[in-house]
Design a binder for this molecule. Structure first.
Ligand code: AMP
Length: 451
């Protein structure tokens, strides 16, 4: 199957050929014709399935072939995304796919000055990629009108709800024209998302291209049990010992990111961090340098996890396990993209076992455990099951109370020697022989074992 069978027009086919996209991904096979037919769409698709091209290509074609030219301060299509990074990344993709088309595009997100975004909107924008908060700000300041909107795309809808954008989404939906095409993508589908999908779309076509909540099957996943206080040391050891190339490392806190960066930098390795405390241009520069191979390790916090599109990234390391299990799938979605093989390693301490159990339950498999010599944890990582259970450490058998003296062995007679013999025979090979006790208690224990 090739792209020209999907109904895409010549300018886009030429661009795809120049990008060396030869075959559509399974998602694109379904989403492109459906969107061109103006159907609403609800797609379960994780990163790496080619979903950006899956909605951007038909969107660009629809804008070129239908609707009036964009008016001042208006938008003809809106792609809502949860994070700034994703906004930038989707914008890059839209610009790439639409490089030969006379369409105006803009990414609008918070954390940067609103004025340039307001200026850019004055002439009108064909494709606006925006985060919910900033979009509402622009609307409140009368910088944007929605009456010309033809298509709404909601990307990574689950993440949007996880980040607490439910109210913003409701407020935004209320200002959009009812007559529109709606396309919603999400890596996972909860009841809340189903409700949102039903609220914003009409008779949608449902597409699911891979098992919901599963990571790309090409990613090899394993974990190293380690004590929390030795995680940085272990990371540095693995980086050196396994001769790791480029690594995207995830931690849960900004402080944790800064500490890890300091320790890595001290070894002479080129490293940068991207997290919420860093200004947007700094974050983008770090990402660009990482993509260009100028930085070996990029340390990111969870919020930055979405929307990092780094081709052929072979290794993702969870220095901390994410607290929300779906984030694990999103994090390791940075590797093994579009069929490439990848590796995802997690450094897991005993206090993270509940997160581990939740992740394993979500992905439906247990992560392979590989202890690293010299880093065996003092605090044992409890055993987990695919059902999300944590097996408690077996209790040590109670020691007999010291205060009670065992009865002195009676002189061996034909009668009591049989009892002692039975007691010995019941011991496993290698067990310590039990002290001889009275015949009645021995009888109780023997019958308990038989049960
Ligand atoms: P996405 O799932 O949208 O994040 O895309 C994952 C990666 O696959 C991106 O780097 C795209 O450039 C690439 N990609 C998307 N569609 C195709 C295709 N049909 N052929 C080759 N690469 C693709």
């Amino acid at each position: 199957m090739t792209f020209d069978t999907l109904g895409l027009f010549e300018p886009l086919l030429k661009t795809l050929a120049s990008l060396n996209y030869q075959t559509p991904t399974p998602l694109q096979l379904q989403s492109i014709p459906a969107m061109l037919q103006r159907r609403d769409l609800i797609a379960t698709a994780q990163t790496g399935t080619g979903k950006t091209a899956g909605f951007a290509l038909p969107l660009l074609q629809l804008l070129m072939t239908a609707g009036a030219p964009v008016r001042a301060n208006s938008v003809r299509s809106l792609i809502l995304v949860p994070t700034r990074e994703l906004a930038e990344q989707v914008h890059q993709s839209v610009k790439t796919y639409g490089q030969d088309l006379p369409l105006r595009t803009l990414a609008a997100y918070g954390g940067v000055s609103i004025n340039p975004q307001m200026m850019a909107l004055r002439r009108g924008v064909d494709v606006l990629i925006a985060t919910p908060g900033r979009l509402l700000d622009l609307h409140r300041q009368n910088a944007i009108r929605m009456s010309q909107l033809q298509v709404l795309v909601v990307d990574e809808a689950d993440r949007m709800l996880d980040l607490g954008f439910a109210d913003e989404l409701d407020a935004l939906i209320a200002i959009l024209p009812r007559q529109r095409q709606t396309v919603l993508f999400s890596a996972t589908f909860t009841a809340r998302l189903e409700q949102l999908a039903a609220q914003i779309s009409k008779d949608p076509l449902r597409i699911a291209v891979s098992t919901p909540n599963a990571a790309a099957s090409t990613v090899q996943q394993w974990l190293v049990p380690v004590d929390r206080k030795r995680k940085t040391e272990l990371f540095l050891h693995l980086l050196r010992d396994r001769e790791w190339g480029q690594v995207l490392a995830f931690v849960n806190t900004r402080k944790g990111a800064d500490c890890l960066v300091q320790a890595i930098r001290a070894t002479g390795t080129r490293v940068e961090a991207i997290h919420g405390d860093k200004r947007q241009p700094t974050r983008l520069r770090a990402l660009e340098e990482f993509k260009a191979g100028e930085i070996q390790v990029l340390v990111a916090t969870g919020v930055a996890a979405r929307g990092l599109d780094i081709a052929d990234l072979p290794l993702v390391v969870n220095v901390d396990l994410p607290i929300v299990p779906e984030d694990y799938v999103h994090r390791i979605g940075r590797t093994g993209r579009a069929g490439a093989s990848g590796e995802a390693v997690s450094l897991v301490s005993a206090d993270e076992v509940t997160h581990l159990a939740a992740i394993e339950s979500l992905i439906g498999e247990l992560l392979t455990r590989r202890e690293e010599a010299q880093f065996e944890p003092d605090h044992r990582l409890p055993v987990t099951t695919t059902g999300g259970q944590i097996k408690k450490k077996p209790k040590k058998p109670k020691k007999p109370k010291q205060t009670i003296q065992p009865p002195q062995p009676a002189p061996v007679t034909a009668r009591n020697s049989r009892i002692h013999l039975g007691d010995w025979l019941e011991n496993e090979p290698g067990d310590k022989p039990k002290p001889a006790v009275s015949s009645s208690s021995t009888g109780k224990r023997a019958s308990a074992r038989r049960r």
